[in-house]
Design a protein around this ligand. Structure first.
Ligand code: HSE
Length: 396
């Protein structure tokens, strides 16, 4: 194998993790990787000789084979990635926001310029999820994916249940551990997961899925809600889910209740667990560290090795035609909302159960899309309302 010259854009948690793995290379494959530039923000101190603050220096240097983008966010990441591809450099990124938004554009530009863009680290952190999905898709049409795609929210929900703790206390802990996004609302309101679901569903359906599906997070969950779910034999997890039926598909992000014995209920701390379903393989689960410096850097380095060793990943074109079907998923829900907000539920029949003085409404077979619309209206009256659906295994 030949040696590969790499420029890392951004030197935060993930960028420095990539450098750490390469600096301490212990295998034949990692010893071939060389960091020739690190792009830092203008005005920041250059603490290493190969740090630079001008992207043009990197783009013009023909000895740079690959750009590793770890800046996060949409701009300037989007512009730099396009410029790198257009100047004949491969790109590896962990940036889920930019990949979710520009997946098709990047793929088209990379193809035009005969280079590749790999983004294993963007979804599921260190878990070889995209690779696993690609492998499953060599044989099956993947018709369902669901999973725990966010470490921070899983850490919060798991620790609230195991340690009978409040949402706020555990969020603070997760921030201190470095799993949470700079603005943790992306973790707790489901938008981080939304990007990861878009990437996964887009690959599964070879169609660039828009971000127009329902998302409901865990901002409003209370210690009492978690205790009630436990008393019913459930653990709650924040789940992204997609399914398709021919060229119709549905996507949703919401809290879901899993039976105590399930793998999801037993996915602890900041671990992720992603499940795909294909006709011949059935359910296939991917478990591991979905966040954190070295696991995320590990997935980036795997992509770098694949590029260096000529291993081709999935080659999607995103040219399928699909339509969003609002009626594809039906679920049972448990909901908590003030009397006043319940006016929105007049078209639903529900049973009211009381736990430690708090009323919970049990709703059967609601359309997921409709339920989210109702919740959006209820939140205007009761800003603290919460709901979770109950997991139901679908038939093969
Ligand atoms: N904030 C994200 C998480 C980081 O907690 O999963 C990984 O994408």
């Amino acid at each position: 194998f030949r040696s590969m010259n790499i420029a890392i854009l951004g030197y935060g948690t993930v960028g420095s993790g990539v450098k750490e793995i390469i600096d301490h290379a212990v295998t034949k494959s990692t010893k071939q990787l060389h960091v020739s530039y690190i792009l830092i923000r203008k005005g920041k101190a250059k603490t290493l000789p190969y740090m630079c603050d001008d992207i043009r220096t990197i783009l013009q240097d023909t000895s740079v084979d690959v750009i590793v983008e770890t800046m996060g966010g949409l701009e300037p990441a989007h512009t730099y990635i396009l410029q790198a591809l257009k100047s004949g450099k491969h790109v590896v990124t962990a940036n889920k926001a930019v990949i979710a938004a520009y997946l098709k554009e990047f793929t088209d530009v990379a193809r035009e310029h005969n280079v590749r863009i790999y983004y294993e680290a963007s979804t599921g952190g260190g878990i070889p999820w995209i690779e696993g999905l690609a492998k499953a898709m060599r044989i099956d049409e993947v018709d369902r994916i669901h999973g725990i795609f966010n470490g921070t929210s899983n850490y919060i929900l798991d620790h609230m249940q195991r340690y009978h703790a409040s949402f706020e206390d555990i969020l603070k802990e997760a921030q201190e551990l470095g799993y949470a996004e700079a603005d943790p609302s992306a973790d707790i309101d489901g938008y981080d997961i939304c990007n990861k679901l878009r990437i996964s569903a887009s690959l599964a359906y070879d169609y660039h899925v828009p971000d127009t599906f329902p998302v409901f997070g865990i901002r409003n969950i209370t210690k009492q809600d978690v205790s009630y779910f436990s008393s019913l034999g459930y653990a709650v997890r924040l789940i992204a889910k997609t399914r398709r039926n021919a060229n119709r598909y549905g996507c949703v992000v919401e809290p879901v209740l899993f039976e105590a014995g399930s793998l999801e209920s037993n996915t602890q701390d900041n671990y992720n667990l992603i499940t795909l379903h294909g006709k011949t393989i059935g359910d296939l689960k991917f478990f591991g560290q979905g966040a954190g410096k070295l696991p995320t850097a590990n997935a980036i380095v795997q992509d770098l090795i694949d590029l260096n060793e000529g291993v081709c990943h999935m080659d999607p074109s995103f040219t399928n035609t699909m339509s969003y079907d609002e009626t594809l998923c039906l679920r049972d829900y448990i909901l908590r909302a003030d009397e006043a907000a319940r006016d929105e539920l007049q078209d639903f029949s529900y049973e009211v159960k009381t736990f430690e003085g708090q009323e919970y409404l049990h709703i059967q077979k609601a359309e997921v899309y409709e339920m989210h619309q109702v919740m959006e209206r209820m939140l205007k009256t009761d800003a603290h309302a919460f709901m979770a659906s109950i997991y139901e295994r679908e038939d093969d």
